[in-house]
Design a binder for this molecule. Structure first.
Ligand code: AMP
Length: 406
């Protein structure tokens, strides 16, 4: 009962193998620089139960070649995790966009693959890479069920008042201009973990989940359903991120295009790759660098840090109002949310009048297990819950495998 999860980027292939009998991770790794570097691609590979890892340069000019190499390694007597490749029962693929067509994971068929291809214009950077990974797997493992797990699916319960933009209605009907939301797998995973920790039914949960990584988004969950999320038509909207601007006055876009005499592609790159923490600080998109520089007195690092915190606090306030019911918890997750003591402290302290009472000792703990960071008498509980998108992908894939084999 082993499941492979694949997260395929334009030049990378991340993979994990899970044993579904024990819900445990057996192998994880990544092949980088596929078809890019003159010197070859790089493989990083870990077998967790055997506590073995390897890094090597391999010859992979395509995703298929990378996958073939990795599948052989799975059968390797020393590094492998399978006796035979047939021990894999199914493959789960991360797919960035399921539009408003898919509100849960699906079995990939020839027909559904065509539908996924029709969403490419909504996610031109990621969707083609995801499809390349699916096609490579279908070619090499033609008999294995393939499942698509969407970044957008969990958010499809949003009501129209949250997903519609104030532009002419026909742009919604003709071009699909609406909020879709992203990071859905992560928000769903931590919400499910929160239900277990709080011993509450998922359908009764009211949460605000903060996925704070290099990409970052915030989601309002009421009675187990997403009612709003900060990323929008694309992952550019919402809070400020590592290199993405997040929300801004839309009029800035044509103004800057005029000033810089640039086309929309340059503008798109500027807002996605050169803005956010990196653009504001001029130093780095990495929160560790910014905290260090800010503490050493660097003004630009401080501005970037302060804007990051402020925008998050504003969203939490707005989502508390949108939920309009007693909140069960606020959840921090992803690289910054799980690891930055400073960011969590500064956000929680600005939510004092909402009823968040931070326990500094609890917040200062460095751990990779879920934990409460507020005081016992805090009106709102705040938790750090490490995300595990691949485990949720594997579980969804397993559910679909069981359905088609029942
Ligand atoms: P992710 O996209 O979830 O992998 O998160 C990556 C980001 O997490 C990095 O760019 C850092 O900004 C941040 N990060 C990771 N470790 C730490 C840490 N110990 N303190 C602060 N930020 C961290």
């Amino acid at each position: 009962m082993k499941i492979l999860t694949v997260n395929s980027g334009s030049s990378s292939l991340k993979f994990k193998v899970f044993s579904m009998c024990t819900d445990s991770l057996l192998v994880s790794g990544i092949v980088e620089c596929i078809g890019q570097c003159d010197i070859g691609s790089f493989l990083i590979y870990k077998n967790l139960p055997k506590n073995l890892s390897k890094k090597e340069t391999i010859n992979a000019t395509t995703h298929s070649q990378a996958l073939e190499y990795v599948l052989k390694l799975f059968e390797d007597p020393e590094y492998g995790c399978l006796e035979h490749i047939d021990d894999l029962i199914a493959v789960g693929h991360r797919v960035v966009h399921g539009k408003d067509v898919y509100n849960s994971s699906i079995l990939i068929t020839k027909e559904s693959l065509e539908i996924l291809k029709s969403f490419i214009e909504l996610a031109p950077l990621h969707q083609p890479a995801n499809i390349t990974g699916i096609e490579a797997c279908m070619k090499i493992l033609p008999d294995k069920p393939m499942v698509a797990v969407f970044d957008t699916a969990f958010h499809q319960t949003m009501p129209a008042e949250a997903f519609m933009y104030g532009v002419p209605y026909e742009y919604y009907t003709d071009y699909g201009i609406r909020r879709y939301g992203f990071h859905g797998t992560s928000h769903k995973y931590v919400a499910q973990r929160a239900a277990e920790i709080l011993k509450k039914s998922f359908n009764d949960l009211n949460l605000i989940t903060l996925h704070l990584g290099n990409g970052a988004s915030i989601t309002a969950i009421k009675n187990g359903k997403v009612i709003d999320t900060s990323m929008g038509f694309t992952p550019l909207e919402g809070i400020m991120m590592g290199t993405r601007s997040g929300d801004l006055d839309p009029a800035i876009v044509p103004f800057l295009m005029h000033k810089l005499n640039c086309d929309w592609e340059t503008m798109d790159k500027l807002l996605n790759k050169k803005s956010g923490l990196l653009g504001l600080s001029g130093i780095s998109n990495d929160m560790r660098d910014l905290v260090e520089k800010k503490n050493a007195g660097n003004d630009r690092a401080k501005i970037a840090y302060d804007v990051f915190i402020y925008k998050i606090v504003k969203y939490v306030g707005a989502y508390y109002a949108a939920i309009n019911a007693k909140l069960d918890a606020i959840i921090f997750t992803a690289g910054i949310g799980e690891n930055s003591i400073d960011v969590r402290r500064d956000i929680c302290n600005r939510l004092k009048y909402f009823g968040v009472k931070l326990d500094n000792e609890r917040n200062n703990v460095i751990s990779n297990t879920p934990r409460l960071i507020t005081a016992n008498d805090s009106f709102i509980d705040v938790y750090v819950i490490p995300t595990d998108e691949e485990l949720l992908m594997a579980r969804d894939t397993f559910e679909i495998y069981k359905k088609i084999n029942s």
